[in-house]
Design a protein around this ligand. Sequence first.
Ligand SMILES: C[S@@+](CC[C@H](N)C(=O)[O-])C[C@H]1O[C@@H](n2cnc3c(N)ncnc32)[C@H](O)[C@@H]1O
Length: 201
Amino acid sequence: MDKWDERFSEGEYPTDPEPSPVLRAYVDTFPEGRALDVAAGTGRNAIFLATEGFDVDALDQSSAGLEIIRNRAKEAGIDDRVQTVLADATEFDYPESTYDVVTISYFRTLDKLGAIKTALKPGGVLFYQHHLQSSPPATVGPSTNRYRFQSNELLRACLDLTVLYYEESTEDRDGRTSATATIIARNSRGGTQSYPSRHWE
Ligand SMILES: C[S@@+](CC[C@H](N)C(=O)[O-])C[C@H]1O[C@@H](n2cnc3c(N)ncnc32)[C@H](O)[C@@H]1O
């Protein structure tokens, strides 16, 4: 059994993790339509986006995680807006120019990020958050720096997009420390670019 299947089946991972406050704050600025959540887990982003009206493809290699997503979608009455895709995100043949929104949370995939970005429609938006290397080391997330982003690594990987928001932050909660990099970037050139986006205007 895959280690994530095991974690999800044994309830070691939250079945209803909260979406990022940044995603919540910016979702109203995203183009409406179709969304892809890469390495969807138990549906942190997929369920949130479907609740917001998106038609969501939730992709993960764990069938146990995808089953949790399907159950959550059914319970929330949004199962007509959530499709699950059982696939390896590093091998998947991402369809070009298909999604208005692509989300990735806590899955390191810089090698495949170029292909994932081609799945964005023109004007489509990428939201990506992941664990960050920090000093002192964070206690939430991977125990080794190998699976964390270095400072600015995520930002550099998205400089072919229009960056709307970028943040590196450290948070202490319940005696544990997390360090996270978060980006929102649009598949577009020119126009305005500011970090954070002046979306309140
Ligand atoms: C830390 S969890 C994050 C899940 C979810 N995105 C979240 O934020 O709660 C990592 C997820 O990546 C998935 N995963 C790991 N390697 C993968 C791969 N090669 N292809 C697809 N999913 C993968 C695991 O099954 C797991 O669901």
